[in-house]
Design a protein around this ligand. Structure first.
Ligand SMILES: *Cc1c(COP(=O)(O)O)cnc(C)c1O
Length: 430
């Protein structure tokens, strides 16, 4: 062995510092109640594919049109991912190369609004109403390349007001209308958005990053029949590896592919592509339909309990995987509440609510979701426990002993429900 060759050491021996941090994070993920609605637990099979030697390979280009040799096994992997995506979502075309949801969105805009095209206007949901940064927020690079205007939600119902959105679209005349959100607890009516887009001559882009798993499992209407292009992440409700994906009508396939590579990216992450293929196979199974339905049933039970406990649930409930609520009725800002919940083993994030009187860095609300806990096998009765723990943590935000008591109860329950992707031996309680 020459000195330049690395000995075959496991992570524990090669880098104990990193190994120890990973082990601690594994224990944290095992015992905490993960309530962040954009997170999930990928399966053992997905994690294995994502951690495979496919990461060593360069494959710029697309199957059978590559700029590097040695693609005999990479091509069928990417083709499997593409064909599974098309079959699962019923789309004409799939591009599985976007590194994540944000680059996928930039790629869509680049594809549908070619350089030099006279109309570069995009109308999307604003961040304060539940939109995403990549929908043209001023701190996002998306706003440097395209012109954006934003619609909001109805001031009373906090739901989409389609006559207001249509009026704004008629006035603004966007070339692209974006439908999709990160903090909207209700059904996104893609058919209604499509009608508005058609009326003003815009292309509809659907961003289903949060709800892709619900769409795959039949628990949310699909945007695919209505949108020119659909962008998504693969790691949220879809329960795959961290990644992004684009689905589109045949007419836009070439533009989408060019926008991803060579427009924005270099070599695809082949290990991720393989893991996406695995996740898509899992999502096509009957068990995943049951999972998606349970995610929604669990979110409803959680919303119900939070309301009973005196928290102000935005829109009064939920149709999907998430619940947005104001913590102010219990005397805490969203940030104070989220910090108290974290100490109690309940992991969530503070979030603005529509028309929030509080500033974005210390808003009125907290956002919680059920994808992760449902992946662990928890049902509605457990969600009622979780809802009560959340309320107790917020009420007890200044009482470390109470937060420690809740944390003990949370850890007890989680210890009985190992997440997917966690093989024995299970971590010791932190
Ligand atoms: C999460 C999300 C994204 C971005 O995904 P990343 O993988 O974090 O880049 C884009 N759009 C929406 C609606 C999202 O929820």
């Amino acid at each position: 062995m020459t000195t330049s060759m690395l000995p075959p050491l496991a992570l524990d021996d090669a880098d104990p510092e990193i190994a120890d941090l990973v082990a601690q994070e594994r224990a944290r993920q095992f015992y905490c109640a993960k309530l962040i609605p954009s997170e999930n637990y990928a399966s053992q099979a997905v994690l294995e594919a994502a951690g495979s030697v496919l990461a060593n390979k360069y494959s710029e280009g697309y199957p059978r049109k590559r700029y590097y040799e040695g693609q005999q096994l990479i091509d069928p992997i990417e083709e499997l991912a593409m064909s599974r995506a098309k079959a699962l979502f019923g789309s004409d075309h799939a591009n599985v190369q976007p590194y994540s949801g944000s680059p996928a969105n930039l790629a869509v805009y680049c594809a549908l609004l070619p350089q030099g095209a006279p109309n570069q206007r995009i109308l999307a949901l604003g961040l304060p109403a539940g939109g995403h940064l990549t929908h043209g927020h001023k701190v996002s690079a998306t706003s440097r390349f395209f012109e954006f205007a934003h619609y909001g939600v109805d001031p009373v119902t906090h739901r989409f007001d389609f006559s207001a959105i249509a009026a704004q679209a008629r006035d603004y005349r966007p070339a692209v209308l974006v439908a999709g959100c990160t903090a909207y607890p209700r059904i996104v009516e893609f058919d209604r958005f499509a009608e508005i887009a058609a009326e003003v001559g815009a292309l509809l882009v659907a961003d289903m990053a949060h709800i892709a798993g619900l769409v795959a499992g039949g628990a949310h209407p699909s945007p695919v029949p209505f949108a020119a292009a659909v962008s998504t992440t693969t790691h949220k409700t879809l329960r795959g590896p961290r990644g992004g994906m684009l689905l589109c009508k045949s007419a836009y396939a070439q533009a989408i592919d060019k926008a991803v590579f060579p427009g924005l990216q270099g070599g695809p992450h082949n290990h991720t592509t393989a893991a996406v293929a695995v996740a898509l196979k899992e999502a096509a199974q009957p068990a995943f339909r049951a999972y998606a339905a349970q995610v929604v049933a669990n979110a409803r039970a959680l919303a119900d309990t939070l309301a009973t406990e005196g928290l102000a649930v935005v829109t009064g409930g939920t149709d999907n995987h998430l619940v947005l609520f104001s913590t102010m009725p219990l005397g805490a800002t969203g940030k104070q509440a989220a910090k108290a919940m974290d100490l109690a083993g309940l992991e969530a994030n503070f979030n603005s609510i529509p028309f929030d009187p509080q500033p974005p860095m210390n808003p009125s609300g907290v956002r919680v979701g059920t994808p992760s806990l449902t992946s662990r096998g928890l049902g509605e009765a457990h969600m009622r426990d979780v809802g009560r723990w959340i309320a107790r943590a917020i009420r007890g935000k200044d009482d470390p002993a109470e937060l420690a008591r809740i944390r003990g109860e949370v850890f007890d329950l989680m210890g009985h429900y190992p997440p997917p992707g966690f093989a024995p031996p299970y971590p010791a309680r932190p």
